[in-house]
Ligand binder design. Structure first.
Ligand code: SUG
Length: 442
């Protein structure tokens, strides 16, 4: 089985609006001026470097924003341009909510179960409902359409509806899910922030827990994931209160390796030892002590939001934000990890993802992992696989259509909206996305 990464393509309205309470970077950089062009190029560069190294790299297309249907649902009237103008004049927060490029963090797009691990032998996606934040709650149904368009072979891939049923089933997708592989056998590790339907469970006090146990269990059922290979653990409420709003901000797993902070989970030692048992003694845990990298530094540098990938040469590489290279304690830890021969992580590749990081999105947030048998790559829309040609076309498209700098006032310009519409028509052709966007309906 190979693990492909599907990175989100940053959209032309990427901006910093401080919309994610509990996400420290989103709050710290609120109202900074964004560069959608740089953001998209930084993301594409990461994907291209990994594709050049021999990994299968897909791209998930952006959603159309500003989302005028949502503005209409909120009572704004008239043409798309008029709705945008009214929102700009009357409630700028609403305009920023419907303009966010947050779909680019595809680790939150869905939870995936490969054929090998499902009861019916099909691969399944459940789009995350993302109901804990309004700007994210508008993503799921378009995400479903996107996944159907990208994973187009319905015999191989089934794409479900997001889980409904209110707050108790708040689901943030693969950011809280890891598929391990122990001796060829999959194990699905679900991490939740709170138990919504129990009065006894502990929960964070300051920031919201965005994933519930109830949602994780429902996702496993919908995806028909074999219950014998599912394992659930609670995130440490204190780390959520320190700004760890998803598990992928405090641990990362791949194949038989788990890199984690010592305070990642509620009773971390027990979680790791239970997982070790379930792995039949195959799990290799790499524990990071608070003395090596404290929580605040982990959140600032996003060490744990690195990707762990298996390179074609056989070793694993850590794909880390360049913030990690610049912070002495984190760099020291990474260097010592690479020098340690007891695990397969032998390389680090640093990327400048500043534009995404300022919204709390590191390398791992930007990708959705999809494990596949080689022959199932043929079930994927080829327009969404990153090749040299596709990369050049996308870079050229971004260069021509994205602004170097963007403010909400720009979004209020007639030309900006007209330009975005033209750009999405072009993108549909580049990525072979017929019927994905209903641009005129906007
Ligand atoms: O949901 N930031 C995203 C970051 C998502 C990161 N994903 C993972 N950890 N997998 C979020 O908090 C900020 C938008 C703003 O403030 O404009 C934002 O939505």
């Amino acid at each position: 089985m190979i693990e492909a990464n599907f990175d989100g393509l940053v959209g032309p309205t990427h901006n910093y609006s401080g919309l994610s309470f509990g996400n420290v970077a989103s709050l710290n950089f609120a109202k900074d001026i964004s560069s959608p062009k740089q953001a998209a190029l930084q993301g594409l560069h990461k994907a291209k470097v990994l594709a050049d190294r021999g990994l299968i790299q897909g791209i998930l297309p952006p959603q159309f924003r500003p989302n005028v249907s949502v503005l209409r649902n909120l009572g704004f009237r008239g043409s798309a341009e008029e709705c945008i103008q009214q929102a700009f004049n009357e409630d700028r927060l609403l305009l920023s909510i419907v303009s966010s490029s947050s779909y680019m963090w595809t680790a939150n797009a869905a939870t995936y179960c490969p054929m090998a691990d499902s009861i019916d032998g099909k691969a399944h996606f459940t789009p995350a409902n993302l109901r804990s934040k309004p700007h994210r709650a508008i993503e799921p149904y378009q995400t479903k359409k996107t996944l159907e368009c990208v994973f187009e072979n319905r015999q191989m891939f089934e794409v479900h509806d997001p889980i409904e049923l209110g707050d108790a089933f708040s689901d943030e997708g693969a950011a809280n899910h890891t598929r391990f592989e122990f001796n060829g056998r999959g194990v699905h590790f679900f991490v939740y922030g709170r138990e919504a339907l129990s009065n006894e469970s502990v929960a964070p006090k300051k920031f919201p827990a965005r994933q519930t146990l109830e949602a994780s269990m429902a996702v496993a059922r919908v995806n028909q994931t074999d219950p014998n290979i599912c394992f659930y653990a609670q995130q440490n409420p204190d780390v959520i209160d320190s700004g760890v709003f998803h598990n992928d901000v405090i641990s990362v797993g791949h194949k038989n390796v788990l890199l984690y902070h010592e305070s990642a989970f509620l009773n971390t030692a027990k979680v790791v030892s239970d997982l070790y048992e379930l792995s039949g003694g195959e799990l290799i845990g790499i524990k990071v002590l608070n003395d090596q990298v404290d929580l605040q530094t982990a959140v600032k540098t996003y060490l744990f939001n690195s990707q762990l990938v298996t390179m074609p040469e056989g070793h694993m590489a850590l794909v880390a934000p360049k913030h990690c290279e610049e912070e002495p304690s984190v760099k020291r830890f990474i260097d010592s990890m690479l020098a340690d021969g007891r695990h397969p992580v032998d390389e680090v590749i640093y990327f400048d993802l500043l534009q995404s990081m300022k919204n709390g999105g590191g390398p791992a947030c930007l990708r959705l992992r999809v494990q596949l048998e080689k022959e199932h790559v043929s079930g994927i829309n080829p327009g969404c696989i990153l090749t040299q040609n596709k990369y050049s076309e996308l870079v050229n498209w971004v260069e021509r259509n994205y602004k170097d700098q963007l403010t909400l006032a720009d979004l209020n310009q007639y030309e900006t909206y007209a330009g975005i519409k033209r750009a999405f028509v072009e993108l549909s052709q580049i990525m072979n996305l017929s019927n994905l966007y209903d641009i005129e309906a906007n």
